[in-house]
Design a protein around this ligand. Sequence first.
Ligand code: SF4
Length: 307
Amino acid sequence: MLVGIPQGLLYWNYGDIIKSFLNELHIEFIESPRTNRNILDKGVNCCVDDACLPVKIFHGHVDWLKDKCDFIMAPRVMQLKKGEFICPKFCGITEMIKNSIDGLPPLPEEPLYALSEKQRHQWFLYIGELFGQKRKKIYEAYLKAMEENGRHILGFNEDNYEHKIALLGHPYNIYDTYCNMDVKKKFNKQGIGVITEDYVDSNLVDREVDRLFKKPFWTFARKNFGTAAVLYKQKQVDGFVYVSSFACGIDSVVIELVKEVIGTFPFMTLKIDEHTGEAGINTRIEAFSDMLKRRSANNGHKLSAFG
Ligand code: SF4
């Protein structure tokens, strides 16, 4: 049994847990490579046109893996936290893949509700039993895998630059450097450091979200909005950059919520899809960086924000 792990979507959050679980059970796995032109082209060719870029990229990873493994670890994630929901694309990812890609090996069918210890364990039990493992061994592997959770901090908090921006967006848009054309490196080249949501106190994030008249119930929307509000109030950054997938309904709501809180403070949206050109991104980053530096040189005098 060789399990294929696609390096897309929630791989950035939960890839280490899955790998640790499989390692504990001595089940071999293969990962698709980091996103590249070939993966993107595969995804664009097989996925429905109106899907967002990260979903297309995920299709590309699955397509790359399909002839190289016996099972593809593409969980159908339904809910991560009580009272919150996740984008419907995650809930329907299994059907999307099955209807778009021919010749697939089996995928996990059981939905994953990660709201409680019991539910998480249930799902891992389902996966372990699919691979013919004993319940006791599965439980031990599950406990080991959960130890991975939180051990590895994904994000950045760079203090060794004169200026700093908060990089907002869904994890797969922030950490997949092919998908976002390595926007962090581009800011670093301009002498600007980056902080991401992983370095912001989650209690403060929750408190900011709770202040809203109507609370957003999407898990990633809450995090992005709350992170922006905390960093703005703590005066920790010189500006905000939101990496947003074209056609993402959740992003369009969160961006407006963030703008509402920060007012005319510098904010830039970088919309990405498979047609986004690097030259255009470079120009916008350079212009935004220049504006931040001039603004700071003018002792905080507010210049116009970028929309
Ligand atoms: S939240 Fe937006 S970017 Fe993420 S999968 Fe859903 S539509 Fe795509």
